[in-house]
Design a protein around this ligand. Sequence first.
Ligand SMILES: Cc1ncc(COP(=O)(O)O)c(C=O)c1O
Length: 395
Amino acid sequence: MVPQLSKRALILQESAIRKLDLVVAQQTDTEFLRLNIGQPDVPTPQPMLDAMAAFQPEVVAYGPASGTMPCREAAANYMRRWCSDLGPFDVAVTTGGSEALLFAFTAICDPGDEIIVLEPYYTNYNGFATVAGAKIAPVPTPLADGFAIPSDDVLDGFVTDRTKAIVFSNPGNPTGGVYGREALIRLAEWAKRHNLFIISDEVYRRIWFTTPPTSMLELDAYADRVVVVDSLSKTWSACGVRLGFLVSRNAELMEKVERLGQARLGPQPLAQAVGIAALTMPESYYETVRSIYKSRVDALYGALKDVPGITTHKPEGAFYFMVDLPVDDAEAFARWLVTDFRDNGQSVVVAPGGGFYSEPSRGQTQIRLAAVISEDRLRRAGELLAKAIVQYGEQ
Ligand SMILES: Cc1ncc(COP(=O)(O)O)c(C=O)c1O
């Protein structure tokens, strides 16, 4: 008899996005326009590539658990744009925003504790919560309401005596929503009333189109209960570098994060050298990134808005669209796009919406699209989707 694996391992969800990727890999002679993964095709800035090439130590050694001082200082300096009294000890360098989230969940939650999440939400919060032994408590924010944060009364209904934190991404993946100052102060006051930590996932902070998101770093009054997550992946188009940051002015929490970091020794020195180059990019770089994604989001929205039967919400930030389709099962539709639908040898890959809900049936008619390819290709992807919806309906 083979020994039984842990319950935590057994309940880990398979990523709906990765699952479809395996089917895509089996198709030959089709050109896929891939809108399913938030992997930007914007070139990684040259100074970061230069830093990578220049990294030639005699020995690639371990570094400190919370990151090298120059990297922590560069991160604190960068984040002083939002919070003037931030220092290097308020920043821990992590292996991507992913590890920062895992550390935050682990430092905050005991097994069985609950984390409120505004739903739909970034799928991997499920995995981090499972590993930390915590439970996700989803609060619906429907597409029809523009994904707005519900009233305090509604939020109150999701709090139990095990609730420890609320987590959200701002700008939002997969919603493309942006929370401003007023909405966040209300949410922070609500969290304070229930004595919760606030985990603000700001990996898309620099990608916004009309008004900037408010960073939780800006709201000093809540500093001791706030954890902010940032990452090189999206803003600096460097997903593969695997560098992120956990930022908090709660010294006790940072001390425990340091210990979590010690358990895995340290973040990669090469990634940190690249990180310093990223964090010292001129302000004009962020303007360029914003304008690239703005044009893309405009192009895809233009291609989608008049497609009969679909409902979507124009992203205010990040680069994702949640799209409600006139189909019974968006996952089956997404699979059919990959296996059956072709137009001039092309098809499109989308992420089934169910993966962004704790109960996949709540996203059963939805897909998520990522505007991470060129405008021309996004327009073509919109055209392909419109044709596919008609063809699928006629089957
Ligand atoms: C909202 C959100 N948070 C965190 C991450 C994790 O990013 P990384 O680990 O690459 O920094 C992602 C990646 O897509 C994301 O969309």
